[in-house]
Design a protein around this ligand. Structure first.
Ligand code: UDP
Ligand code: MG
Length: 305
């Protein structure tokens, strides 16, 4: 019985040794065989040489090295494709996903669950503005998407082979993992834990990257923005009908008037604004379609071991 451990790494030369020794300790404690799959996602530091060394010292350590940075989603996908274990777990290299939780997660999955996910009990140590936007994101996406996304749920999870195969069946190029993991369904249990700080290195997620990432979530897992555009259009069309009716009646009864240019300009600006907004929304979906139809590979491997 093997547990595959998929670890996306972007500039993690300092974290990987800590991570690896922690995991080896847990492996002994669990008396299970771990198959490590590190993905070097175009790191600019010495991550690759650290991985080569681990690979040479332990036949259960494998790595894929991308030709450039393709992002965590691509790295996860590559790792899941490469994993051969009966169970697969996905973990960050920075020890923010505590390895000792695996023991509890494994016990839980033995109870008959297909997936055991993890969620942070709190958002301690996170900038308040980031917490606020994260909370707003989860609130909104759960309102407008049929795919449920759990607030505070991390990518760290233990899955059965069946679930991994189901996820790999989803061939889309725009991979929003939080959504994909949830979309496939199955029986999911959650384990909570206290948020912990990165062991070394720096987070690669800036505020803007996160904001764009959340936009991806909306576009990939909801059609509500498109419906909003439709409703805004319908609403302003109905209002304009009432306006036309009013103007015609007034012309026929009390005669025309030249007053009202200020309100006219406001109305033109309002309509113009709605049109641009709707175009923007539609454009976002079209750009996703554009990327999907090109069918480019999600990642390119330069070296493996
Ligand atoms: N990561 C990656 N490619 C990227 C960015 C991040 O493979 O382009 C990896 C990173 O090495 C780490 C995990 O994804 O193992 C989570 O990243 P990070 O710790 O920076 O995110 P945070 O924990 O701050 O959300
Ligand atoms: Mg982290």
């Amino acid at each position: 019985m093997t547990i595959s451990v998929v670890i996306p790494c972007f500039n993690e030369e300092d974290s990987i040794p800590f991570f690896y020794s922690e995991m080896e300790r847990i492996q002994i404690e669990m008396k299970k065989k771990f198959e490590y799959i590190f993905i070097n996602d175009g790191s600019t530091d010495n991550t690759l040489s650290v991985l080569r060394r681990l690979n040479a010292s332990n036949p259960n350590v494998h790595y894929l090295s991308f030709s450039r940075n393709f992002g965590k989603e691509a790295a996860l996908y590559a790792g899941l494709q490469r994993a051969t274990g009966d169970y697969v777990t996905v973990m960050d290299a920075d020890l923010q996903d505590p390895p000792e939780l695996l023991i509890e997660m494994y016990a839980k999955i033995q109870e008959g669950y297909d997936v055991v996910g993890t969620r942070r009990a709190d958002r301690k140590g996170e900038p308040p503005i980031r917490s606020f936007f994260a909370k707003a994101f989860y609130w909104l996406i759960n309102k407008i998407s049929d795919t449920e996304m759990v607030d505070g749920a991390r990518d760290f999870r233990l899955m059965t082979r069946q679930v991994v195969d189901a996820i790999l069946e989803l061939k889309e190029v725009n991979r929003f993992s939080k959504g994909l993991f949830s979309w496939v369904g199955f029986d999911v249990a959650y384990v909570s834990y206290e948020n912990c700080e990165r062991v070394a290195g720096e987070t690669s997620w800036s505020f803007w990257k996160l904001l764009n990432y959340s936009l991806d979530g909306f576009i990939n897992f909801s059609e509500v923005p498109l419906k909003l555009a439709t409703w805004a259009g319908t609403f302003s069309f109905l209002i304009s009908l009432v306006g036309i009716f009013f103007v015609v009646i007034r012309k026929l009864t009390i005669g025309g008037s030249v007053a009202g240019w200020a309100s006219l300009v406001s109305i033109i600006l309002f309509i113009g604004g709605i049109q641009l907004l709707a175009l923007g929304i539609i454009g976002n979906y079209i750009s996703k379609i554009f990327l999907e139809t090109k069918k480019r590979p999600v990642y390119i491997v330069k070296e493996k071991g």
